[in-house]
Write a protein that binds this ligand. Structure first.
Ligand SMILES: Nc1ncnc2c1ncn2[C@@H]1O[C@H](COP(=O)(O)OP(=O)(O)OP(=O)(O)O)[C@@H](O)[C@H]1O
Ligand SMILES: [Mg+2]
Length: 382
């Protein structure tokens, strides 16, 4: 209890790790989930998300470290004695019980009353009042998911753990349920720890996202903070898309000037990972939507913007935007997203173009990293 501070009901993981034989699924991890927050663990398959969640739930014994809740060490408590409930991907509803009895289950088991009133409140919360007498097989996926959430919340856990709870749903229902879950969380104010491999899901729902890779948390922060200021190539590529360009430092002051494929680019020193000595190497990054693109003939970006000339190799018209691939001395396949504002038609492959952007929208990463880390080769939204 010495370190309790004003933690209230924070979940605190201290040096928690899990090894299976010689394989380390989760490296020693320190993590605080503030009480009442919506916290997402985000990462690719096999990175240790479920294992971390199961250690919080007590379903998996930690190899090292401790789990505490509101300053109380719960590492040694069995799952049913922790004030924590889990919603699994396969909702695991009781098929022979109707919605009411599924939701009432936890109350009946613990002998808590009044059952009827509490179940009714819970069904209101998840907007299933009209479905109280249906069995799970008479419900859609999204409705079953809400029953699973209601069944867990009725126990008044301090923390609700959700392991890919939306994984079984199709994309549009998934998007709706994300908003729904977020609404429920805001309404009940309970801490949610949500595991997902879908970056859009994590960013839409969570106050704080921990990006996991290979059993470690690579970066943790608010979605916009992670997106705008990725600190590793994995985070830069896994959260959205980044253009990463190999660069050599020319000079360093308030701005750092780097040379890339013949030209130079500029960025604020504060967006570089460490002091940048001339001659050193960096990976310079810029998001595709931060780049403007103009036909080479009429391009005059001027005013200190970063500029790169190139040639369009692919143009994909998506309605709301056009996504271009541009071949340039700075990179063979720079990506540019141009919003369809109607100011001109999409440019065709083969067009000579100038890409330009605000130096402040440029970030830099340590060059001793794999540029391709975290790149999702196919649009792998399930
Ligand atoms: N009982 C076990 N024995 C050995 N290895 C295991 C065991 N459980 C999990 N692992 C391994 O630990 C790693 C992390 O697994 P975990 O289930 O936490 O991944 P995950 O991030 O939840 O992935 P997914 O998104 O696919 O669910 C994986 O490489 C997995 O193969
Ligand atoms: Mg998992």
């Amino acid at each position: 209890m010495t370190q309790q501070q004003t933690t209230g009901g924070d979940v605190r993981l201290t040096g928690i790790s899990k090894t299976y034989g010689s394989f380390t699924a989760v490296h020693p991890l320190d993590l605080t989930v503030p009480q009442g927050s919506f916290f997402a663990l985000l990462g690719a398959s096999g990175c240790g998300k479920t294992t971390t969640l199961r250690m919080i739930a007590g379903l998996e014994e930690a190899t090292t470290g401790t789990v505490s809740l509101g300053g109380r060490d719960i590492t040694a408590l069995p799952p049913h004695r922790r004030p924590v409930n889990t919603v699994f991907q396969s909702y695991a509803l009781f098929p022979h019980l109707d919605v009411t009895e599924n939701v009432a289950f936890g109350l009946r088991r613990r002998g808590v009353t009044p059952v009827k009133k509490r179940v009714a409140e819970m069904l209101d919360l998840v907007q299933l009042g009209d479905f109280a007498r249906r069995r799970p097989h008479q419900l859609s996926g999204g409705q079953q998911q809400r029953v699973a959430v209601a069944r867990a919340l009725i126990n008044h856990p301090q923390v609700l753990l959700l392991d890919e709870p939306l994984g079984a749903l199709d994309l549009s229902l998934r998007r709706r349920m994300q908003l729904e879950l977020k609404r429920i969380q805001t309404e009940v104010g309970i801490t949610f720890v949500h595991v997902t491999h879908d970056q859009e899901e994590a960013m839409t729902m969570a106050d704080t996202v921990a990006v996991m890779n290979g059993g470690r948390v690579e970066q943790l922060g608010a979605p916009a903070e992670l997106y705008e200021n990725p600190r590793t190539t994995f985070v830069a590529n896994f959260l959205g898309t980044s253009n990463l360009i190999e660069a050599e430092i020319v000079s360093a002051g308030t701005d750092v000037v780097v040379s890339v494929g013949g030209g130079t680019l500029r960025l604020p020193a504060g967006r570089c990972p460490a002091p940048a000595p001339p001659g050193g190497r960096l990976l310079v990054g810029v998001r595709p939507e931060k780049i403007s693109l103009d036909p080479a003939a009429d391009a005059d970006p001027g005013d200190g913007r970063n500029r790169v000339t190139g040639r369009i190799t692919e143009a994909g018209f998506l309605g709301v935007s056009t996504q271009y691939l541009v071949e340039s001395p700075a990179g063979k396949a720079l990506q540019v997203y141009e919003q369809n504002t109607g100011h001109r038609r999409s440019l065709a492959p083969g067009s000579e173009v100038v890409l330009h952007w605000d130096p402040a929208h440029t970030f830099a990463l340590d060059a001793a990293q794999d540029m391709e880390a975290g790149v999702q080769s196919v649009q792998d939204t399930p």
